[in-house]
Design a protein around this ligand. Structure first.
Ligand code: ADP
Ligand code: ADP
Ligand code: ZN
Length: 228
C-alpha cells in the first residue's frame, strides 16, 4: 500500500490476522476513534448459536472444535448485516474474510454497494504469542470489553473499566485443543489472503507483537492516511 489513494467514506477496513492477534481489541478502539461500525463474524455467529437459529445450529459444533464455518453460512450472515443502515457509513471487518472464497464474495458485495476496501490491516504475531493471548482472554459479559489475565486487567479488580459490570465470561473455544485447530485453519485458509490483498495494493502490515496502545497508534496512523 503506498497511501496515495484516499478513500472517501463509506470506507471498509479489514482486520486480518490469526486468533488472538488483537483484531477485536483494535476494532473496538477504531469504532470509538473513527465512528465506524465493528462487524465481527465471530460475534455474529456466537449470537446465532445463542439464538438457536438454523445457521447457529449448523455452526455450533464446528466453532467448538476450532474449524471454519462454511463459506455459505458466513457470507449470508455478513451480507445481511452489511445491508443494515448503520453499515452505510463504513465498517471494520473483524474476522472476515477468512478464505479466498469469502474475499471474492466480499469484492462482489462491495461492487454492488459502491463501497471499497480502504486498507487491510495485517496483524502480524508469532504463533506462540497467539496461544498465550487466547488462553488468557476473557470479556465483560455486559458490554463485551476484552481483558487478559496477564496483559490487560481491569483497573479495579473484578470490575469492568467500561461499564462497571462484575460479570465476565470466557469462550468455549479458547481451550488448547480448539486453539490448535484454529491456528491450523488460519495458516491453511486465511494466511493466503495476505498475498491476495497485497496484489490489490491495499495491504498494510501491522506489528501486532507490540503493546495494545502501540498497536493502536500504528493502526490509527495508517487509517488516517486512507480515510478522508
Ligand atoms: P482476536 O480478536 O484477534 O482474536 P483479541 O482482540 O480478542 O484478539 O485479543 C486476544 C487477547 O489478547 C485478549 O485477551 C486481549 O486483551 C489481548 N491482547 C490484544 N492485543 C494485545 C497486545 N497487543 N498485547 C498483549 N495482549 C493483547
Ligand atoms: P478469533 O477472535 O479468535 O479470531 P472469532 O471470534 O473471529 O475468533 O471466530 C470464532 C470462530 O467463529 C472461528 O474459530 C470460526 O469457527 C468461526 N468464524 C468466525 N468468522 C468466520 C469466518 N469468516 N469464516 C468461517 N468461520 C468463522
Ligand atoms: Zn463492561
Amino acid at each position: 500500500m503506498d497511501g496515495s489513494s484516499q478513500v472517501t467514506a463509506p470506507a471498509v477496513l479489514i482486520l486480518l490476522g490469526p486468533p488472538g492477534a488483537g483484531k477485536g481489541t483494535q476494532a473496538r478502539k477504531l469504532t470509538e476513534a473513527f465512528g465506524l461500525v465493528q462487524l465481527s463474524t465471530g460475534d455474529l455467529l456466537r449470537a446465532a448459536v445463542a439464538e438457536g437459529t438454523e445457521a447457529g445450529r449448523a455452526a455450533e459444533a464446528v466453532m467448538k472444535a476450532g474449524g471454519l464455518v462454511s463459506d455459505e453460512i458466513v457470507i449470508a450472515i455478513l451480507r445481511d448485516r452489511m445491508a443494515e443502515p448503520d453499515c452505510a457509513a463504513g465498517v471494520i471487518l473483524d474476522g472476515f474474510p477468512r478464505t479466498t472464497v469469502q474475499a471474492r464474495a466480499l469484492d462482489g458485495l462491495l461492487a454492488e454497494t459502491g463501497q471499497s476496501i480502504a486498507a487491510v490491516l495485517s496483524m502480524e504475531v508469532d504463533d506462540a504469542a497467539m496461544v498465550d493471548r487466547v488462553s488468557g482472554r476473557y470479556t465483560c459479559a455486559k458490554c463485551g470489553e476484552g481483558y487478559h489475565d496477564s496483559f490487560k486487567q481491569p483497573k479495579a479488580e473484578g470490575v469492568c473499566d467500561s461499564c462497571g459490570s462484575t460479570e465476565f465470561k470466557r469462550r468455549a473455544d479458547d481451550n488448547a485443543t480448539a486453539v490448535a485447530s484454529r491456528l491450523k485453519a488460519y495458516h491453511a485458509e486465511t494466511a493466503p489472503l495476505i498475498a491476495y490483498y497485497q496484489d490489490r495494493d491495499v495491504l498494510a502490515p501491522v506489528d501486532a507483537m507490540a503493546g495494545i496502545d502501540d498497536v493502536s497508534g500504528e493502526i490509527a496512523g495508517i487509517v488516517r492516511q486512507v480515510i478522508a
